[in-house]
Design a protein around this ligand. Structure first.
Ligand code: GLP
Length: 247
């Protein structure tokens, strides 16, 4: 696994955005689509800001991009400001030229009995689009990627999961209290993520240093979903100095 350490999150985000732009442009030149796996959270914000800047100032087109987001909270509709649908539109999709029909997120509003079929259809659609070329990731303090909490092994695919207490308490300020944070979510599985041809995980700040060390230097184990990336043949971690401090 490659580890790249940058002075600032902005430097890391810029480097990744340049790589993504090169991929989009080379596929466009061949008349082909590119399939991106996208993540939410504070971490990818400078990366999305840089993509928006490249679209506005450098004419980078996203017309050939198909996206699949990692996850969505159960029970939140698209208009909820904490839904990942809303987040992605606010921070990326509303500012670029992606075709709305190429945007895919799991739905948090599917009736309980229809969730397995919804998850299976999501997996199938990823396959039908040719699989994910590049999966963007953040990391939660439980070591989760997407919402693959401790106990998620590398055979897991898209499904409904229970959120860990630490994950819910980290999300509590945004929801004005832990009692408002959903208890379940739909997430791609570890196997879904491992199926991407390339994976790029970003992490910033001292709060992530301990879990970053576990993911990179610890054993590959079911307690830390991100540790499975050690087994991926084209995965890299992009870190700022603070997140890399314990390595
Ligand atoms: C949430 C998301 C993850 C994200 C994590 C870390 O749980 N489902 O995809 O990586 O939070 O969030 P942040 O980037 O805000 O630290």
């Amino acid at each position: 696994m490659k580890v790249e350490v940058f002075e600032t999150p902005q430097d890391a985000a810029k480097s990744l955005a340049q790589e993504v732009a090169a991929l989009i442009r080379s596929r466009a030149a061949e008349g082909k689509n590119v399939v991106l796996g996208l993540a939410t959270g504070a971490t990818p914000l400078p990366f999305y800001a840089e993509l928006v800047r490249m679209h506005k100032e450098e004419g980078l087109s996203f017309a050939n991009v198909i996206s699949f987001n990692l996850d969505e909270y159960s029970g939140l509709d698209r208009a909820h400001p904490e839904s990942y649908w809303y987040f992605m539109h606010q921070n990326l999709f509303n500012h670029i030229d992606m075709k709305p029909e190429n945007i895919n997120l799991p739905s948090g509003m599917v009736a309980q009995e229809e969730i397995p079929a919804h998850c299976a259809a999501y997996e199938q659609k990823i396959k039908d689009c040719g699989g994910i070329d590049l999966q963007i990731l953040g990391i939660g303090r439980t070591g989760h990627i997407g919402f693959n909490e401790p106990g998620s092994d590398d055979t897991t695919i898209t499904r409904q999961v229970h959120l860990d207490d630490l994950t819910r308490s980290d999300a509590a300020p945004a929801f004005n209290g832990i009692e408002n944070v959903p208890t379940t979510a739909i997430t791609m599985g570890v196997a879904t993520i491992m199926g991407a041809r390339e994976v790029a995980l970003m992490a910033w700040g001292e709060k992530k240093a301990a879990i970053v060390k576990e993911a990179i230097e610890g054993p590959v184990c079911i307690e830390v979903a991100a540790s499975y990336l050690q087994n991926h043949n084209n995965a890299k971690f992009l870190l700022d100095k603070a997140a890399a401090a314990d390595l």
